[in-house]
Write a protein that binds this ligand. Structure first.
Ligand code: M6R
Length: 608
């Protein structure tokens, strides 16, 4: 989604802003722009497409001012073309905006009635007009913003500047994140901590309906009526992991290979290695866990598929009923949340708008919410009452990989902890389960060896008409995840199916141009999965099967058989997903796609 960077300080704003936007590139965008003070006016430079195009245009530009704002835009209203790129500048006012102004049509009509001419098709430009109108009637930038705020509906974070106040910025938000960074001689505003940490670790996370008034290096936080609020900056303990590919051609491939480490880091805080026990470090009392009657798990995209796998783990091991739901459905269906429930919200970024809204709804109903996030201090992390951290390290590729396996590792721990709580603190299988978890990183290393196969097979695979991913039980959500990866990276038709559903429709799709990816580890459903595989083979499907250990039957049924190490059924998904990620990566790469930033997608989905 869109990225915002603003800077006031002694350094060259062009450098600081462009570097900041580069740190936000991973979020996904389709145009970029800056507006920086020069000779008392904001000089605007914008470009379609990647940041390099903007940098090219900025090469010869010099700016003598010390204030500037920049933006990477992920199109919502209006095509991703230069005219619609931010900043939007009207009569000396420049703004950048992340989110959606929902009463856009109404505001546009009212401005049109006042003979306002529009330069773009965006909802964002309207905000610049509204602020500029207030300044025209004598308001300063801050009062103009306070006047405009009640007119805006929707989800937004906005940073505004005015040429009349050359050392001021006003930032305000309702929804998408906005962070103020306080350096000794400079002030920054950004939508993401990554753009701030190179300059300072002292930050203020703006709350919804708060306004930050930055005047030089003084920062005042106000509520939407203009009343001052006392906010103490927080120190961010965040070692900035440089966005470097370290020799890999893409961040995604690097992140796939980082998965063993990600899992080890997710598990480490919660394992008592001496006694082979799980000691979940989370703010949920034992008595609460013991009395727990229902678990809900909510997320979007890959996080939702992790949630589905979590359902199999918790129901299978702890025998507590689990309901899993896509956040965008959950938030609007008025869910019934009984007392003695726990809602787990999963979000890598911690900023997904629907998941955040689901969390808020849960809290309103007085039910406990546990977040599983990768980004500490993200909105979801800050608002949840209990927290588990993926500890996967910064994930840059838009396609989620290492965050997924880290989440699966945490869900294993949660299932074990709930099972223990339910059985009065003792779980016979615990030491074996812990041993299984400890072996995961080395098992994952051995699975990564299959990379060579997919690198070679990609040329053949990319010519298939479609892909059907199938599995049963806990392998089913992994089939869904495999299909999602191929869709988002290779833009090819791929479907995930519960293998038992094949006869109920998808069997009609199968012919020699259809690739079947079958997940068939030796678990309780192995024989049934093999029957489904026979059915697919009989219709001429081209089969790649992924199973556990040496499996001659699977080998016979498949064009290619990939053997994974055998482990506990709850842990197989962490191994199975790796070949599926590699398949999607290599097919997309061989098609010449932008693997790290697939078309139309964003890393952090801060609008619904
Ligand atoms: O940051 P989140 O985990 O909340 O993101 C949820 C989805 O947007 C995300 O998983 C998306 O589906 C990924 N691009 C999948 O690779």
């Amino acid at each position: 989604m869109c990225g915002i960077v603003g800077y006031y300080g002694p350094k060259d704003p062009k450098e600081v802003i462009v570097n900041g936007l580069r740190a936000l590139e991973y979020r996904g965008y389709d145009s970029a722009g800056v507006a920086i003070l020069h000779q008392g006016e904001f000089k605007r430079v914008r470009a379609e497409g990647k940041l390099v195009h903007l940098e090219e245009r900025l090469k010869e530009e010099v700016f003598d001012g010390h204030l500037g704002i920049g933006h990477t835009r992920w199109a919502t209203h209006g095509l991703p073309i230069e005219r619609n790129a931010h900043p939007h500048c009207v009569d000396g006012v420049s703004i950048v905006h992340n989110g959606i102004i929902e009463n856009y049509a109404e505001l546009r009509e009212s401005l049109r009635a006042q003979a306002v001419n529009f330069q773009s098709d965006t909802d964002s430009e309207l905000v610049a007009h509204l602020i500029a109108q207030q300044i025209k009637v004598g308001k300063n930038l801050l009062s103009a913003v306070l006047e405009v705020l009640p007119q805006l509906e929707g989800a937004y974070s906005i940073l505004a500047v005015s040429k009349d106040q050359p050392n001021e910025m006003v930032a305000f938000k309702y929804g998408p994140p906005l962070i103020v960074g306080l350096a000794s001689d400079a002030t920054l505003v950004a939508s993401d901590i990554q753009a701030i940490v190179p300059h300072t670790r002292e930050v203020i996370f703006l709350e919804d309906q708060e306004v930050a008034h930055i005047c030089g290096s003084q920062v005042q936080i106000l509520d939407s009526r203009g009343e001052e609020r006392s906010r103490t900056p927080v120190h961010i303990d965040w070692t900035q992991e440089r966005a470097e590919k370290q020799g890999y051609p893409h961040f995604m491939l690097k992140e796939i290979f980082e998965q063993p480490r990600a899992v080890a880091q997710a598990l480490a805080p919660h394992l008592d290695l001496e006694n082979h026990r799980v000691k979940l470090k989370v703010e949920l009392e034992e008595s609460f866990l013991q009395s727990l009657e229902r678990v809900f798990i909510v997320g979007c995209g890959t996080s939702f598929y992790a949630a589905m796998a979590g359902e199999y783990m918790i129901e299978g091991l702890a025998r507590i009923p689990v309901e899993v739901e896509i956040a965008s459905e959950f938030r609007y269906r008025n869910p019934i949340l009984p007392a003695n429930s726990l809602v787990v919200v999963i979000s890598q970024s911690g900023e997904t708008a629907d998941t955040l809204a689901a969390l808020r709804l849960v809290k309103e109903q007085g039910v406990r919410a546990l977040s599983i996030c990768n980004v500490p201090n993200s909105s979801i992390d800050r608002e949840a009452q209990a927290h588990l951290y993926m500890n996967a390290g910064v994930e840059i590729g838009v396609a989620s990989t290492k965050a997924f396996v880290s989440t699966l590792a945490l869900l294993n721990l949660l299932a074990i902890s709930l099972a223990k709580a339910k059985s009065g603190g003792e779980l016979k299988a615990e030491p074996d389960l812990v041993q299984g978890l400890l072996s995961l990183p080395s098992h994952m290393e051995t699975v990564l060896v299959h990379e060579k196969f997919f690198a070679e097979a990609a040329q053949t695979l990319k010519s298939f008409r479609g892909f059907l991913y199938m599995g049963r039980g806990i392998n089913y959500p992994i089939a869904l995840e495999g299909a999602l990866k191929l869709k988002e990276l290779a833009y090819m038709h791929a479907e995930g199916y519960a293998a038992g559903e094949m006869k109920h429709g998808p069997l009609a799709l199968i012919d020699s141009e259809m690739a079947i990816i079958m997940l068939a580890p030796k678990d309780g459903l192995y024989e049934k999965t093999l029957s489904n595989l026979e059915e697919a083979k009989a219709r001429g499907g081209q089969i790649i099967s992924i199973g556990s250990g040496d499996d001659e039957r699977l080998r016979q049924l498949s064009q290619h058989y990939l053997a994974l190490p055998q482990t506990h059924w709850m842990m197989m998904p962490l191994l199975e997903v790796i070949p599926l990620q590699l398949l999607a990566y290599h097919v997309a790469e061989s098609l010449g796609h932008d693997v790290d930033q697939p078309r139309n997608l964003a890393k952090s989905v801060t609008v619904e």
